[in-house]
Design a protein around this ligand. Structure first.
Ligand SMILES: [Zn+2]
Length: 141
């Protein structure tokens, strides 16, 4: 069965996992030379990453980031302490340091994953699929 979209959900997932623009696939999500500064829009296709009327859009990426940190780092450290593989004090220190370092390491990916998550569920919002790429596209206003 073929997809009705120019950019398929599979492409959106692949682009999201590789920190690329979900619309055109270019590596334009972040400013060159910067680890944490998101471009306002894709310099290749113009898809807006930052949304002027939806400042809370990327709060979801923070939630995703914390969730991944808890599941992939903090729970394993807690299980190691529970199984007495490591002591409680080292586990607390490791968890404390990891709860700061791991989210920082996942920052770029979590932004990309959040965009991927949005466009996987709403692929018709991508300009390549006929959408405008703007927040509130489905609002009945
Ligand atoms: Zn693009």
């Amino acid at each position: 069965m073929s997809s009705p979209f120019t950019v398929t959900r599979g492409q959106i997932v692949a682009r999201g996992l590789s920190n690329c623009c979900p619309n055109c696939g270019a590596r334009t999500l972040f400013k060159e030379g910067s680890l944490f500064r998101l471009n306002a829009e894709c310099r290749d296709c113009g898809l807006k990453f930052e949304r002027k009327n939806d400042e809370g859009f990327f709060l979801g990426s923070m939630s995703l980031n914390y969730g991944v940190t808890i599941v992939t780092f903090l729970v394993p450290v807690m299980l190691l302490a529970w199984q007495k593989v490591i002591g409680v004090t080292p586990a607390i220190v490791i968890a404390g340091i990891g709860s700061i370092v791991v989210p920082a390491l996942l920052y770029r990916s979590s932004r990309s994953w959040w965009l991927m998550n949005y466009y996987v569920f709403l692929p018709h919002h991508l300009p390549a699929n006929g959408g405008t790429g703007h927040a509130g596209e489905d609002d009945n206003v």
